[in-house]
Design a binder for this molecule. Structure first.
Ligand SMILES: CC(C)(COP(=O)(O)OP(=O)(O)OC[C@H]1O[C@@H](n2cnc3c(N)ncnc32)[C@H](O)[C@@H]1OP(=O)(O)O)[C@@H](O)C(=O)NCCC(=O)NCCS
Length: 156
């Protein structure tokens, strides 16, 4: 999964990505997110999610504090959901945050969004106990990427 800037070439396709009708209450449209990003530049960054050459999703990231990367929006197009792309998208966002030296990923979740909640929990997000309006705040600690499984000191 690759995170790429939203630019002149792909923004129309990003706007056309959509979630299922019953998911619309969980996430703003990508059109609104691109507008939010422009208003809050440079703190917000809109990114397209590519699986190979295919545009499959979108995220809007916010950098408020040096140690945290906040996921403001995250969506996978309805046509390709439930194939593991959400998990891969989160992994790409976590890798970006680590590369920037951040310690945590944070996000807010509309109550009742069971699929997203399950995905975030399985990924390692925990509820902080805080709420923002009626949204649930979740955070994921980014332990430094360790050695590959099975690696022992001294192994070649
Ligand atoms: C949340 C979202 C990004 C997940 O994307 P995805 O590509 O379908 O996610 P994945 O396929 O990687 O994983 C989905 C997980 O939810 C599970 N899942 C999928 N559909 C489900 C359903 N209808 N009910 C329960 N669980 C479901 C899958 O089994 C999978 O868990 P597993 O890996 O343990 O099997 C996507 O559903 C989406 O865009 N939703 C609308 C926007 C949204 O709510 N964004 C989050 C805002 S905070």
């Amino acid at each position: 999964m690759r995170l790429a800037p939203v630019n002149e070439d792909n923004y129309r396709a990003v706007i056309e990505l959509e979630v299922h009708e019953e998911q619309r209450r969980f996430v703003a449209t990508n059109l609104k997110s691109i507008a939010d990003a422009w208003i809050h530049r440079p703190h917000m960054e809109p990114l397209a999610l590519y699986s190979g050459d295919d545009l499959v999703g979108f995220t809007l990231l916010r950098r408020n504090r040096p140690d945290d990367l906040h996921v403001v929006r995250f969506m996978i197009d309805r046509r390709v959901q439930n194939r593991g792309l959400g998990r891969k998208g989160l992994a790409a966002i976590a890798a970006l945050a680590r590369a920037e030296g951040r310690r945590t990923l944070s996000l807010r979740l509309v109550p009742g969004n069971a699929v997203a909640h399950g995905l975030y929990k399985a990924f390692g997000f925990v509820e902080t106990g805080e709420t923002a309006g009626d949204e649930i705040v979740m955070r994921h600690d980014l332990a430094p990427a360790g050695p590959p499984a099975g690696y022992r000191d001294g192994d070649q």
